[in-house]
Design a protein. Sequence first.
Length: 340
Amino acid sequence: MKGVALSIVVPCYNEEACLAELHRRLSTAAKVAVGGDFEILLVNDGSRDHSWDMMKMLAAEDRHVVAINLSRNHGHQLALTAGLDFCSGERILIIDADLQDPPELIPAMMEEMDRQGADVIYAVRRQRAGETAFKKATASIFYRALSRITEVEIPVDAGDFRLMSRRALDAFLSLPEQARFIRGMVAWVGFRQVPFLYDRAQRHAGVTKYPLRKMLAFALDAVTGFSTAPLRIASHIGLWLVAASVLLLLYIAFGFFTGSAIQGWTSLMLVVVVLGAAQMFVLGMIGEYLGRLFMEAKHRPLYIVSDIAGQAGGRRYLGHVAETIATNETPGVSETRPMT
Ligand code: UDP
Ligand code: MG
């Protein structure tokens, strides 16, 4: 069965204050771009507010809306993956629920894709309104550092806001990893990817769902997912220490032969502390990779869906999921990665 022309995938976590406005602006923009031939997939990532109730209402009122309820909070990147798994469009737009990325850009992004013959149009932030100087500075440093240590060219200052072709999405969906840094994975897929400059707005309502802790975890996923450079830190430090120890050896020998070798608490402590710290750091780095290897080795499903609400016109769902949709909503379905 042929899918719709455009699928819009939105991960949502505690976004009740944004959903109505999001739906209104997305629908308007999508109609301008493709007429009625679109779907909006709202993925509820275990929200603790009334997001899911609102999504069900939207799905009941509007046949363009499909609401997917995850069994718990799986995190932004996995919620997004769930939506991408379920969407059927020839083109796929990824957008945040908080309206920081203006839906009104959709028609222009579609045109740009036609004009450039591109498979991915990724939105690059020219300006970011309403975000702290700290967030902007750390993001800027991070993206530049990341691009230095990875072989994949991950675009600087781009989030997940992007338009993809079906073949780019299918290629993306064939990547099985648990620790997902989606903007990097899309870059890895290749094809023709073109930047699209825009100004990032403020949140429509609510607060950021990315506190420092999540930002750090996200950054670690990005680094470990796309580079093994940190694993080589040990050998770099080791090399420098060899050079340093030759000098130290000379100094020790000098002290021994001139008979002035008793003092030395300071230098001893220095060596112990510096070496200890370096070893702990390197061990920790290895641990990061080992932990991820462990998680990958378990081959757990990426996410669990508990309910789906909405119409299933022309979708690529598996049979038993389609049944769920036909009855509009059945709790307790454990459906994972239905179509890879
Ligand atoms: N989000 C999610 N699960 C989470 C955290 C965030 O689905 O555990 C969604 C959130 O609802 C939003 C998007 O991911 O649509 C980006 O989050 P947010 O706007 O809070 O991040 P920021 O723009 O501040 O980096
Ligand atoms: Mg945001």
